[in-house]
Structures are given as structure tokens and as C-alpha cells.
Design a protein. Structure first.
Length: 327
């Protein structure tokens, strides 16, 4: 199967440079090739069972690094086609109208319980990471309808740091024109009625809801109960992003174990989507610490663990036998 488009090797940095610098004709050719591969994926969608795991959030919580580290396990296969290095499909939030065959077209072909590109490996699994799922009001129900038994991975970052990181990302991509403080003040007006409209109009895509929700996407207590209504808690692996940043090897090993995989070595620890930027203004940090103080305390009580964030209050201790990664 090595000559099949199904078993294409991941795209190299040289390939990416050639694509960026190859002119309009090459860009058009690459776009046509992508369409053809996606069409092939849709035709063979019946042989593609979909995700074994999904990283659902939080946005700016280390999900890109975690996903790429998980791929270092020989049993974790990348999304199709491998050369495109796709991390998130965003089907259950922004691309739902494309249909289930389009979604399954991203996953490896499986025959007789084995992935055709790695038939010698068992178990072999695949998943995706779309961090907007956690916040999207319809994603949990949509995912549960199609993949009730999927395993879910959640990274929860300090809401203060998450908000500022989210803002910096939007600024880098030209999607935010206000200062951070102005954006915080404008958020409630920007988001007013957007979640309700998404629920009312399933094909509606809200830029404000996804991109300008700096505070709202850190209020995890507004999201997690909805997910727990659709999935059992034993289907979740949860970790604080700060624990992942401090010891990625331990967290990745825990996730591999959670997914039923044997131990493996983690080699490359490249930090994905990391960009240096000026630090948050002290007065704004104090404002946000006060904003999230009560929420973080209640979140710790809800999950049964004190969050490793400055100012987070105490919460009831976990029982000794409880796996601390399975809140």
C-alpha cells in the first residue's frame, strides 16, 4: 500500500516551502490535488470508521502540541492525507453541514479491524483535535449522536493566561483590532445572542463566538456539565495545561495509557503554536484574577481537584484510589 494515496507520508518542511513559493500555477495544482484526495476519502468513507479519540479543548491550551506528541506513538495514525498534517477537522462545530462522509474521509481506511497502511500494528487508532468543540453549544450532542463511545481529552488552561493567549493569536492573524482591555470590555456585546443563534440555525458560523470569546472560553463550568450529560466521566482524560507544560512526557504517557496503548518513547518536544509576546499588563492580570476567582474555586469543587493556577482556592481532596488524570 505504500504507493497508494492512502499511505502518503507526512509533508516535509521542504514541501511546504515549495508550496508557498511555487507561484500561482503550483498553488492551483496543490488545491486541485487536495480536492481530489478529499473526494477519494469521501468515496471510501464506508471503510473509515471515524475517531477513536477527540481532543475537544480548550483553545490555546496546548492541544496542538499534545496532538503531535500523541502521533509519535506507532499505534496512532495521522489523519488523511498525511502530507497535509491535519490536526482538527472542526466538523462538529463549523463544518457540520459538509456531512458525515466528509468527516469520515479524514480518518484512515480500516479493513478487518486493521488500518491498511499499518496492518502489522495492533491496536492502531486515530483521532483529531478541534479545541472549539468544548465551547461550541452543539458539538457535544452532535459528537455523541455519531460516536457515543469515543474517548475525549480535555486540557484546561489557567483562564487568565488562556484569554490573553487567545487574544494574541487573533491579533497575529488579523482578526482583532481592539486592545486587549478594549476587547474584554466589548466581549459581552460581541457575544450577545450568538450562542442562541448557533443553536437556532445549525449552519450558522459565528466569528465572534469562536474568535472573540476570550473570557467566555475560560469559563469551563459553562461547558463541562453539558459534555458530562452526553458522555460518561470515564470517557474523559483531563489535565491542567500547566501540568502538561511542566512535564509533557508524563501527560502524554498517561494519555497513551488512557487510550489503551502500550508505553512508547516520546522524542521530539517541539512547542507548537508558541510565539513570544509582551507580557500581560499587571493591572489587567489583577482584574482577570478577580474575574475568575470564584469560578476557579467552584471548578475545583466540581472536578474534585484544586487547579494549579494562581489564586485558585482549595477543593475537596481526591480519594486515594482515584486516578488524578480522570477527574
Amino acid at each position: 500500500m505504500t504507493n497508494s494515496p492512502e499511505c502518503d507520508v507526512p509533508r516535509t518542511k521542504e514541501d511546504e516551502d515549495m508550496g508557498q513559493n511555487g507561484g500561482r500555477a503550483r498553488q492551483a495544482g496543490l488545491a486541485a490535488a487536495k480536492r481530489a484526495l478529499r473526494g477519494y476519502g469521501k468515496i471510501t468513507a464506508g471503510l473509515r470508521p471515524g475517531p477513536d479519540f477527540v481532543i475537544i479543548g480548550a483553545k490555546r491550551g496546548g492541544t496542538t502540541s499534545l496532538y503531535n506528541y500523541l502521533l509519535q506513538h506507532p499505534s496512532v495514525e495521522p489523519l488523511f492525507p498525511g502530507r497535509q498534517r491535519i490536526k482538527g477537522v472542526h466538523f462538529f462545530d463549523s463544518e457540520f453541514t459538509r456531512g458525515s462522509r466528509w468527516y469520515r474521509s479524514h480518518f484512515p481506511v480500516q479493513v478487518a479491524g486493521r488500518h491498511v497502511c499499518r496492518p502489522w500494528i495492533a491496536p492502531a487508532i486515530a483521532g483529531e483535535a478541534s479545541p472549539y468543540y468544548l465551547f461550541h453549544p452543539l458539538a457535544a450532542g452532535r459528537l455523541a449522536r455519531d460516536y457515543r463511545d469515543v474517548r475525549l481529552i480535555v486540557m484546561l488552561r489557567d483562564p487568565v493566561e488562556r484569554a490573553y493567549s487567545h487574544y494574541k493569536e487573533r491579533r497575529r492573524h488579523g482578526g482583532e483590532w481592539l486592545s486587549f482591555e478594549e476587547a474584554l470590555d466589548a466581549e459581552s456585546d460581541r457575544l450577545r445572542g450568538e450562542a442562541e443563534r448557533i443553536a437556532r440555525e445549525p449552519g450558522y458560523r459565528s466569528v465572534a463566538h469562536e474568535d472573540h470569546s476570550y473570557l467566555a472560553q475560560g469559563r469551563y463550568l459553562d461547558m463541562l456539565p453539558r459534555w458530562f450529560e452526553f458522555f460518561g466521566r470515564d470517557q474523559f482524560y483531563m489535565a491542567a495545561s500547566e501540568d502538561f507544560y511542566a512535564d509533557p512526557g508524563r501527560v502524554v504517557s498517561e494519555v497513551w495509557s488512557f487510550l489503551g496503548l502500550p508505553p512508547a518513547s516520546l522524542g521530539n518536544l517541539k512547542r507548537y503554536n508558541y510565539h513570544q509576546a509582551p507580557d500581560l499588563a499587571p493591572q489587567t492580570r489583577r482584574r482577570l484574577r478577580a474575574e475568575f476567582a470564584d469560578h476557579n474555586d467552584k471548578l475545583g469543587q466540581f472536578l474534585g481537584r484544586k487547579m494549579p493556577w494562581p489564586g485558585a482556592g482549595a477543593s475537596p481532596p481526591l480519594e486515594a484510589e482515584q486516578d488524578r488524570s480522570r477527574w
